[in-house]
Write a protein that binds this ligand. Structure first.
Ligand code: PMT
Length: 217
């Protein structure tokens, strides 16, 4: 018997990687499979929420009963999130958004004429930062994917992005982070208190995260 503790709540979830085109056949991306964000979306539906899932390109099945908005680039994801921000109560940023994009997308395929090729990158908008600026009394929850100084960097992101909770995962640990069906998470609150959890499936981790969010409702 599942709790329906998110009944009446509208939640926006971002998931997956973004894809930043270099030319018509190539792009820069990262290892995110979308699993973590999609499991959170499913757990929310089970617990009664109305869910908007904004996702970069993935190879996994779209969860049932969500409003699904597929996007490609970080700028696309930013625009989609801003478009829907006003209608939601909670924002969960599980997406691995590319921090940079190629300055220009070449119209034609880049040819291998040069011995060295330099690609100029420019900064992408920070979606969860903007959410933090505009959120009013909405609740925002981010993730931090780190390879070192996990708790310190996560706490810094929570503060900078005005988040209510941040879920930190050390992506160098076996069974944690990108691609796998499991995760090892730490949940940090606004007082910078850290709760540590053992290895769990991403389904179990999602319910643990929702239990912590529910306490803030
Ligand atoms: O998709 P999976 O294969 O299941 O992998 C899960 C995951 C590792 C992708 C997930 O657990 C995770 O950690 N997601 C966040 C990855 C990330 O981009 O972390 P970050 O530390 O770079 O970003 C911090 C927060 O700001 C995140 O909530 C991110 O969504 C957000 N962000 C970052 C950059 C940006 N330009 N805009 C953002 O909104």
């Amino acid at each position: 018997e599942k709790k329906r503790d998110f009944e009446g709540k509208k939640v926006l979830v971002t998931a997956g990687p973004t894809r930043e085109p270099l030319d018509p056949v190539r792009y820069i991306t990262n290892r995110s499979s979308g699993k973590m964000g999609y499991e959170i979306a499913k757990a929310l539906v089970e617990r009664g929420a109305q869910v908007i899932l904004i996702s970069g390109p993935t190879y996994i099945e779209v969860p049932k009963d969500v409003t699904f908005i597929p996007v490609e680039t970080a700028v696309d994801m930013y625009n989609a999130v801003m478009m829907h921000l006003n209608e939601v109560d909670i924002v969960i940023g599980a997406a691995a958004v590319s921090d940079y994009r190629p300055k220009e997308m070449k119209k034609e395929k880049i040819k291998k004429d040069e011995e060295k090729l330099t690609i100029e990158l420019v900064k992408n908008p920070d979606i969860m930062y903007e959410v933090g600026q505009k959120k009013g009394n909405k609740i925002s929850i981010g993730f931090a994917a780190e390879t070192t100084n996990l708790v310190e960097y996560a706490q810094r992101k929570l503060k900078e992005k005005n988040m209510d909770l941040i879920v930190a995962n050390d992506v160098t640990q076996k069974g944690a982070g990108f691609e796998v069906d499991t995760n090892i998470i730490k949940i940090i609150d606004r007082d910078l208190n850290v709760k540590e959890y053992p290895l769990m499936t991403k389904i179990e981790a999602s319910h643990v995260i929702l239990d912590e969010i529910a306490k803030l409702l």
